[in-house]
Design a protein around this ligand. Structure first.
Ligand code: BTN
Length: 333
């Protein structure tokens, strides 16, 4: 794995995994020290570092340590165990804080890291959204995850990759919600009309070949409120259900669904993705929308997807069907 400044220390990773996977028992200091590869004398320093991160570790005189409350930290080793058999188990980079996981993953793509590399952060200081917007990334409240892929498809098929990720996020979140989530083309995932998940695909490509693509996924999970400017249009799983959700479990489901959809896409092409989108998105067909692109804004009614994943919209102004490559889609009355 590449040496990246700022990634979470492997001792912290190992210590958290060990304590969390044995959360019901007290483990001896000697055993912990051996398993994480430090001396018994300096184990307490690592325990202190963990406590400084907000993890409640209880020390028992003579017997050892146990974790008082299982922290919801996206621990790489734990994720890796649970993602065994998928391409996402092998290289997981975790940061407590970074600028943007997409920026990190793009650098890793440039440096030749393999497909399936995952970059995670508990907090982003410059989270990026679509169309140059920012992505609010409150510490440990949401999932901020970027996945490096090297898909053997032309760049024109990039909207399909975004669709694949949107479907995976939608299916993963559905299990945490009481009402069914919707996908607003291409990949905003909504519940009760408000967005809780966004996806930003960035890539490095030639006209006929993608060198690497980074799929950045942001999910609002346990935020208790949204920034004032987003309150009317955004939400979190917790705000919708009144419950705290495990980011770890949600991320595991999301990456498993992504593995399944991505393999299906590579094996069988776009059609199964488009069919699935038609099943789960109210935006597929017959939805009144306002489309805003870099050059214009118009209203119309959605009329399915092109085989490349592009949205078809029957314009109200009588200029026929428009193929929308990218742009903002909003529900219109
Ligand atoms: C959108 O505008 O809807 C896309 C938001 C994408 C946010 C995610 S959070 C993880 C990854 N890193 C980033 O900087 N952005 C994406």
């Amino acid at each position: 794995m590449a040496e990246l400044p700022g990634t979470t220390d492997r001792h912290i990773d190992a210590l958290l995994t060990l304590l969390a996977e044995n959360s019901t028992i007290v483990i001896s200091g000697a055993k912990i020290a051996k398993e994480i590869g430090v001396t018994r004398q300096c184990l307490w320093r690592w325990i202190e570092k963990l406590r400084a991160l907000g993890v409640r570790v209880k020390g028992h005189p003579r017997t050892g340590y146990h974790i008082e409350r299982m922290p919801d930290i996206l621990v790489p080793q734990m994720l890796s165990h649970r993602l065994y058999g998928t391409p996402f188990a092998r290289r997981i980079y975790h940061f407590f804080k970074t600028d943007s996981t997409n920026a990190v993953a793009l650098r890793l793509g440039e440096a030749g890291e393999p497909q399936g590399t995952v970059v995670l952060a508990e907090e982003q200081t410059a989270g990026r959204g679509r169309a140059g917007r920012s992505w609010a990334s409150e510490k440990s409240a949401g999932i901020y995850c970027s996945i490096l892929l090297r898909p053997p498809v032309p760049p024109a098929h990039a909207p399909l990759l975004t669709l694949v990720a949107g479907l995976a996020a939608r299916d993963a979140a559905a299990e945490d919600l009481d009402s069914l989530p919707d996908i607003r083309w291409p990949n905003d995932v909504l519940v009760s009309g408000r967005k809780f998940c966004g996806i930003l695909t960035e890539m490095h490509a030639e006209p006929d070949r993608i060198h690497y693509a980074v799929i950045g996924i942001g999910v609002n999970v346990n935020q208790t409120k949204m920034p004032a400017d987003l309150a009317a249009i955004a939400t979190s799983l917790r705000m919708e259900t009144g419950k705290v959700h495990s980011r770890l479990e949600l991320l595991i489901r999301l990456l498993r669904h992504l593995d399944r959809y991505y393999n299906q896409f590579l094996a069988d092409g776009a059609l199964p993705m488009i069919r699935r989108f038609a099943q789960v998105s109210s935006y597929y067909e017959g939805k009144r929308v306002r489309i805003t692109t870099a050059t214009e804004s118009f209203t119309g009614t959605t009329a399915g997807l092109e085989p490349s994943g592009v949205l078809r919209v029957a314009r109200d102004d009588g200029r026929g069907i428009e193929a929308v490559l990218s742009g903002d889609v909003a529900e219109a009355s």
